[in-house]
Design a protein around this ligand. Structure first.
Ligand code: CTP
Ligand code: ZN
Length: 151
């Protein structure tokens, strides 16, 4: 393939989430809630990447992700890079930062936790970032990266 030939077509305005590990594409879609958006979107997966081996990419037309949304990505795809596109040009690249608190995205790994038995939104403090360790606001048990499950 020619060097500048894109594997998924270029967009005029919107957000491109690039360098997603191929097996994390569906987690990214869940975390950002983009399944419910009405914008035009394109997804690519198992694309070639020199850094990751295989990567996935998400393009959302006419959507400019806010930092808060971008930071949710840190939980599932810390390697992701966010590109803001205007007039076909990349005008901003955002890195993903791990947030201080995580609400309603992740399941508490303690089977006895109230959040696993009643309709209570999960809530965690981030106690470590690399690797991610979350402390449950309700049962105080830790959920680590290996057990991190997206709701
Ligand atoms: N892109 C796009 N539409 C545009 C411009 C860029 O979909 N009008 C996509 C590119 O396909 C790429 C991402 O946005 O996936 C970032 O573009 P660019 O910065 O040009 O690519 P790289 O230099 O390869 O970026 P990096 O090394 O930071 O990943
Ligand atoms: Zn808990």
């Amino acid at each position: 393939m020619a060097k500048k030939e894109l594997q998924v077509s270029a967009i005029e305005n919107g957000t491109v989430i690039d360098h997603i590990p191929a097996d994390k594409l569906f987690d990214v879609i869940n975390v950002l809630g983009i399944a419910a958006m009405e914008n035009a979107m394109a997804f690519g997966t198992n694309l070639k990447s020199s850094k990751l081996g295989k990567k996935a990419i998400v393009k959302i037309w006419d959507k400019f992700l806010e930092d808060e949304e971008v930071n949710k990505l840190a939980l599932v795809a810390p390697s992701a890079k966010i590109n803001i596109i205007r007039g076909y040009e990349v005008v901003e690249k955002k890195m993903v930062n791990v947030p201080e608190k995580v609400e309603g995205i992740v399941k508490c790994m303690n089977p006895k936790c109230i959040t696993n038995h009643e309709y209570v939104r999960t809530k965690f403090d981030v106690v470590n970032t690399h690797p991610i360790v979350l402390k449950c606001h309700y049962c105080e048990k830790l959920t680590d990266e290996k057990h991190l499950e997206i709701i």
